[in-house]
Structures are given as structure tokens and as C-alpha cells.
Design a protein around this ligand. Structure first.
Ligand code: GRF
Length: 204
């Protein structure tokens, strides 16, 4: 069983998708801790509901980013986690932290990267007039919203879409892609080759 820490900052719908898939018989990963940088978010309730240990590492209680990350690192190491999944975690991580977790730190982003990095992703997509968008699960590297891509899924952008409608459609695909990516990683099928990943066939 691959031990996973999920880092959150908000409602935690992707966390829920990971909780649900980990509850399936024979799923090769388990969530050992959920860590939030913001107290009282709904994601923490979801974790508690699933009997998963939670920790709040409130960034506001630390003098700087390094001190915050030292506490974050300690909480993760204490949990025994081997992989970190960022699921709506709204803090930028330093290169030092990211490099320490190289190829063991995963994020989900609501666009088809490398298009539309950063914030206001759906507004960016609508502004650009793309006819498809989607989501990306990728390994985290120091550059924001970059790194080897593990899973992507596309969804149509409809003429009637506003940012909320597009976000809702993409969120549904996020809830498929994150569990799928976690399974691939836990099965040892994701190999990082330079800036890309190679997905291996399942063992017979
Ligand atoms: C998702 O859209 C994810 O792609 C982005 O932040 C949002 C988090 O939503 N990184 P939730 O907290 O998982 O519901």
C-alpha cells in the first residue's frame, strides 16, 4: 500500500474522490493524513468523516515560508507518507520543498497544461476561445503548473459556458483523473523520463 498525504486548503472535492477510491477493495494506496493550511475548511471534515488523521499547519502562524514548510515537512514525515497529493492546496511551495519530494509530489490543475497556468484558469480559457479544456494531473516541479504530466482528460467548452459552468464540467473530470493517476503511481506504472512520464502496461 502506498501511503499518501493529501494537502488541502478548501472544499476538498478532489480529496473526496481520492478517499472514495482508496476505500475500494484492493486499491493500492491509502491516505494516511490530510493536512490543511487553513483551519475549519470542509476538506478537514471530509477526512474526519473517513477516519483519516488531520493536521492544520496554518501558514499565518509562521514567520516565513521556510518555517511554514519545515512544519509541513515534519507533519508529512510523521505520517509516514511516501507520496504527497496537492488537492486544491493554495500555497506556493519553495524549490527546496519541491525538490525534496521530487517525483513524489503530485498536483491537479483545471486546464490542459501547458495551457492556462496560474489563477482564473477558466476565465483564461474562455477568453482564449478554446473549444476544449480539461484537467491535468502532474508531478510538481519548482516552476508553477509545470512538470511531467501523468493523466489528462478533455471536456468541451460550450458556447453558453461561463467560468462556473466550465469549472463544474472540468471538476467532474478531475474526480476521474486524480484517482486514475493515483492508481497508476501506486501500481508503479509511472516512470518519469526527463520532462515527461512514460506509463507502463499493467503487470500480467
Ligand atoms: C480544483 O479545481 C483543482 O484543480 C484546483 O483547485 C480546485 C480544488 O477543488 N487545484 P477541491 O477543493 O478539490 O474541491
Amino acid at each position: 500500500m502506498l501511503k499518501v498525504a493529501v494537502l488541502v486548503s478548501g472544499r476538498g472535492s478532489n480529496l473526496q474522490a481520492l478517499i472514495d477510491v482508496c476505500a475500494q477493495a484492493d486499491f493500492p494506496a491509502e491516505i494516511v493524513t490530510v493536512i490543511s493550511n487553513i483551519p475549519d475548511v470542509f476538506a478537514l471534515e471530509r477526512a474526519a468523516q473517513a477516519d483519516i488523521a488531520t493536521t492544520v499547519v496554518n501558514h499565518k502562524e509562521f514567520a516565513d515560508r521556510e518555517a511554514f514548510e519545515t512544519a509541513l515537512q515534519a507533519a508529512i514525515v510523521q505520517s509516514g507518507a511516501e507520496l504527497i497529493c496537492l488537492a486544491g492546496f493554495m500555497r506556493i511551495l519553495t524549490a527546496g520543498f519541491v525538490n525534496r519530494w521530487r517525483d513524489r509530489l503530485v498536483n491537479i490543475h483545471p486546464s490542459l497544461l501547458p495551457a492556462f497556468k496560474g489563477l482564473h484558469v477558466h476565465e483564461q480559457a474562455l477568453e482564449a476561445g478554446v473549444k476544449v479544456s480539461g484537467c491535468t494531473v502532474h508531478f510538481v516541479v519548482p516552476d508553477m503548473d509545470s512538470g511531467p504530466i501523468i493523466v489528462q482528460e478533455s471536456v468541451p467548452v460550450l458556447p453558453s459556458d461561463d467560468a462556473d459552468a466550465l469549472a463544474a464540467r472540468i471538476l467532474e473530470s478531475e474526480h476521474r483523473c486524480y484517482p486514475q493517476a493515483l492508481r497508476l503511481i501506486a501500481e508503479g506504472r509511472v516512470e518519469v523520463v526527463g520532462e515527461r512520464t512514460a506509463i507502463k502496461e499493467p503487470a500480467k
